[in-house]
Design a protein around this ligand. Structure first.
Ligand code: IPM
Ligand code: MG
Length: 354
């Protein structure tokens, strides 16, 4: 077993450190190899995805990523920016299936800005296609058009095979849950998503037990706020998934709690918290490490098919919450404030107890 650990930028290193304690607890210290990505990669080797990092990631069975990005890199040429490292590793490893759960932890119900009755028990899985769409479509760029005016171009593109493979992932996920799948598109306006709707409808004949519905993305954005519990599994393209997954995470009010998985065809995966690098609190021992620790739980479940470890990690996190420990992002009245390091220690203590 080989796990590439890429701490990245901002709070990345401190949250990853807590997750690595969990790997140590399971006796997996020797499986871990570190490398740099994002701004850290640029600082070290002038590349947001250094060759050595890509090599390590290609050789590993799974990757644990902290976060990338920081103000100091915002003025770099686009190819050198931290985000570019992330997009390149997704593409190089063919991590086309991005699983982003939005799960309401009962202890944190008051962290949501929506009324408790709207969000209690919320459990949505957003499946975002991650290696196609307008993120990678060609042509792209900024150039002069024939009127001599600057013009920015990006291309929204989906091939049938790309749509088919993400559709299968989504139907299989729906099959294991409530057997309801909602595909989100903009088929009334955009041809690439008209094809999306056609292909996923075609694939649905292979999964007769799953009920497939379609929703336009603007309506989906509205319904997520209006009546989020109507959703179970949502599948959508790269750009819509980027936006809707941020929206869905906010329903829970605690983005610091949400993990994610990006998988290839063989369930090799990159696991990372859904939140960003939070440079404003970096290095202050204030970050919430639970999303990163829960990302390990997803790693054991999806890549290593080790449900026992996955459930032990999730159980430990839930117990620590029920004991009242909170980092500042999820703090409420009468709860005990802990820092990043201490939150990690609490999870380990709990793992030891069960
Ligand atoms: C995400 C992020 C990335 C994306 C950025 C950092 C490139 O927003 O993972 O959702 O747009 O995919
Ligand atoms: Mg995003």
């Amino acid at each position: 077993m080989k796990i590439a650990v890429l701490p990245g930028d901002g709070i990345g290193p401190e949250i990853v450190k807590q997750a690595v304690k969990v790997l140590d607890f399971f006796g997996l210290s020797d499986a871990v190899d570190y490398s740099s990505i994002g701004g850290a990669g640029y600082d070290e080797l002038k590349d947001p995805l250094p060759e050595a990092t890509l090599k390590l990631a290609l050789e590993a069975d799974a990757i644990l990523l902290g976060a990338v990005g920081g103000w100091e890199y915002d003025k770099l040429p686009r190819d050198m920016r931290p985000e570019r490292g992330l997009l390149r590793i997704r593409q190089a490893l063919n991590l086309f299936a991005n699983l982003r759960p939005a799960l309401m932890f009962p202890e944190l119900i008051h962290a949501s800005s929506l009324k408790p009755e709207i969000v209690s028990g919320l459990d949505i899985m957003i499946i975002r296609e991650l290696t196609g769409d307008i993120y990678f479509g060609e042509p792209r760029g900024i150039s002069l058009n024939n009127k001599g005016e600057q013009e920015g171009v990006n291309t929204m593109r989906y091939s049938e095979s790309e749509i088919r493979r993400i559709s299968h992932v989504a139907f299989k996920a729906a099959n294991k849950r409530s057997k309801k799948l909602c595909s989100v598109d903009k088929a009334n306006v955009l041809e690439s998503t008209e094809l999306w709707r056609k292909i996923i409808t075609d694939v649905s004949s292979e999964y007769p037990e799953v009920e497939l519905s379609h929703m336009y993305v603007d309506n989906a954005a509205m319904q997520l706020i209006n009546e989020p519990k109507q959703f179970d599994v949502i599948v959508t393209g790269n750009i819509f998934g980027d936006i809707l997954s941020d929206e869905a995470s906010m329903l829970t009010g605690s983005i610091g709690m949400l993990p994610s998985a990006s998988l290839d065809e063989n369930n090799k995966g990159m696991y990372e918290p859904s939140h960003g690098s939070a440079p404003d609190i970096a290095g202050k021992d204030k970050a919430n490490p639970l999303a990163t620790i829960l990302s390990l739980s997803m790693m054991f479940k999806y890549t290593f098919s080790d449900n026992d470890k996955a459930e032990r990690i999730e159980g430990a996190v839930r117990t620590v919450l029920s004991q009242g420990y909170r980092t500042q992002d999820i703090l409420s009245e009468n709860m005990s404030l802990v820092g990043c390091e201490e939150m990690g220690d609490k999870v380990i203590e709990e793992l030891r107890n069960v």
